[in-house]
Write a protein that binds this ligand. Structure first.
Ligand code: NG1
Ligand code: ZN
Length: 545
């Protein structure tokens, strides 16, 4: 076959360093950019096979999200804009790791196992973030796509969620929207303008938001979007990439983990700020109060705001829809209590990793899912969307019901249902605050976070840690869970768990308790237990204070 000759020729341009083994993890492949050229080429080919198999457009995004500038990575996007199906993650790992001379055999093996018709047409969408290595690496993806004879559309610089959106639009024949950046901005911004236009309680300072773009793609895309907002929202962008380094002392991950404002942002007390991560699929909010104290409003608080808004609107519209919030073990205990006891919504806990949350959220009429780190979105079932549409068009209902149904429709349109999207989530939060006339302080006050701490421990092989119960309990190594249990008992309102990271070669430790000192002490003690029982390497973890 002609394609295979081309594959052989091109694979010599993108050779695999012998012996290198990488795995398609929760965030695709992610490592130092120098090691990724062959991976990109091979993922271009795998996307083509996936496209032939599904008879649909597949996306390939070149990014390493919140990782440092010298890293890069790649993720495949399935037809409805969702993450690659797990069975194909295994093919991705297989294809990535075969040595040069076995490449064709491995390709043919996938083709055979999946009964792929090579004569079937294929179409692949490619996108990249602003890393200096991204241009070269996305070219390697393109070479892989072309080698197997697929059609191709290169979107160039886009956020991860924008590429997910394009794939979904393309495969739904435009029902979800137009597969262009202009289509994306106008859908989201029109919905935002509709939501805010009758917001009688909105104050002037509510029309101004400060955005930390993490020196990445999000900043560029916010600039592009501004004109579509028709002055309905003023946006001040910091860390726009003109000076600082990507994700360096800025961005959503830095702000969440360090629990402090990013460098490079100048704000006054009470100003409403948010930080995106390096590929703009995460967002966290924050402000400083009149005493200069920093307040973080993370994914849990965003999920709480959104779900309470949706509950209010569905009730006002007289719609009986089941709303659930999906979280992970990292969700602050106060948020879970607030959602269950005060809001009375269903709460589910899944393993870390967006695909797990997304999957669980699909089981409800309305599923709001957020990781504490700010990655999340809202899913509406087809039936729920239909009920909302019918209610909005019903001529026999009162004004209040009608208004609520129309607001719900615009809420659906401002959301990117394919994946967590910092830009879309920001517009939704801004709209809710405007409609409610709510300040960032009032939003923050819906519940108080339990003080918490996240730490990392280096061990020689993090796979020795095995967990259960949505990662909240360690089943191995022996004795670790017992050690954690007895440490937790020493503190009030305490909780702690450990799990191997899916994106870094470390074990993550999380602890929360009634005071910051207790949370810090507990996190440190649990880190020591991990170090001692799970084969820690290097120095023993030191206390934080
Ligand atoms: P790992 O490295 O597995 O903890 C991190 C985040 C996840 C998810 C992935 C993918 C934390 C604690 N973990 O995973 O939530 O976002 O990266 O980017 O924030
Ligand atoms: Zn990201």
């Amino acid at each position: 076959m002609a394609h295979f000759e081309e594959v052989l020729k091109q694979s010599n341009v993108h050779p695999k360093p012998a012996g290198l083994v990488l795995q398609y993890g929760t965030a695709g492949f992610r490592t130092n950019a120098k090691q990724l050229d062959h991976i990109m080429f091979r993922m271009g080919m795998l996307a083509t096979l996936r496209s032939k198999k599904t008879k649909a457009t597949i996306g390939v995004m070149v990014t390493a999200s919140h990782n440092p500038e010298e890293d890069n990575g790649v993720k495949l996007i399935d037809p409805m804009g969702e993450m690659l199906t797990p069975a194909w993650e295994d093919y991705a790992t297989q294809l990535a790791n075969v040595e040069q001379e076995e490449l064709l055999t491995s390709l043919k093996d996938i083709i055979e196992k999946e009964a792929i018709q090579m004569s079937q047409e294929a179409n692949v969408f490619v996108g990249k973030d602003t890393r200096s290595s991204s241009a070269r690496l996305s070219q390697a993806v393109v070479d892989g796509v072309i080698a197997l004879g697929s059609q191709l559309k290169d979107y160039g610089l886009v956020t991860t969620p924008q590429l997910h959106y394009m794939v979904c639009c393309q495969n739904t024949q435009g029902k979800y929207g137009e597969a262009t950046l202009k289509g994306y901005y106008s859908k989201l911004c029109q919905a935002f303008i509709h939501l805010t236009k009758n917001a009688s309680n909105r104050t002037d300072d509510q029309k101004h938001i400060y955005v930390d773009g993490a020196n990445g793609i999000g900043a560029l895309k916010m600039r592009e979007m501004e004109s579509h907002l028709k002055n309905d929202l003023r946006i001040s962008i910091f860390n726009d990439g003109s000076r600082g380094k990507l994700n360096h002392e800025c961005g959503a991950d830095f702000v969440k983990v360090q629990q402090k404002p990013p460098t490079g942002i100048k704000i006054n007390s009470g100003d409403r700020c948010c930080s995106f991560d390096g590929d703009a699929d995460r967002i966290v909010y924050y402000y400083t109060d009149s005493q200069g104290l920093f307040h973080l409003l993370d994914g849990d608080k965003i999920a709480s705001l959104i779900s309470s808004f949706l509950k209010e609107l569905t009730t006002q519209a007289g719609l009986d829809l089941v709303i659930a919030v999906v979280q992970t073990a990292y969700a602050n205990g106060s948020s879970t209590r607030y959602l269950e006891d005060t809001m009375k919504v269903i709460v589910r806990c899944t393993k870390t990793g967006v695909k797990h949350l997304h999957h669980a959220a699909q089981e409800f009429d309305i599923g709001v899912y957020f990781e504490a780190n700010g990655h999340g979105t809202v899913l509406f079932s087809k039936a729920a969307e239909e009920k909302i549409r019918q209610r909005a068009e019903d001529a026999n209902i009162n004004d209040e019901m009608k208004k609520a149904a129309l607001l719900l429709q615009s809420t659906i349109n401002v959301i990117n249902q394919t994946v967590g999207d910092a830009i879309a989530d920001m517009l939704l939060v801004e709209a809710i605050l405007a409609v409610r006339g709510m300040t960032v302080k009032q939003w923050d006050a819906i519940y108080s976070d339990l003080p918490n701490r996240q730490l990392k421990v280096k061990v020689s092989d993090r796979r020795v840690i095995d967990t259960t119960d949505a990662e909240r309990q360690a089943v191995s190594p022996a004795g670790l869970q017992e050690a954690i249990d007895s440490l937790v008992k020493k503190y009030r309102q305490a909780r702690s768990f450990v799990r191997p990271s899916g994106t870094e070669d470390v074990v993550r430790v999380y602890a929360e308790a009634d005071t910051q000192e207790s949370a810090d002490a507990l996190a440190h003690e649990v880190s020591l237990a991990v170090y001692r029982l799970a084969g820690g390497v290097g120095h023993e973890p030191k206390p934080l204070h």
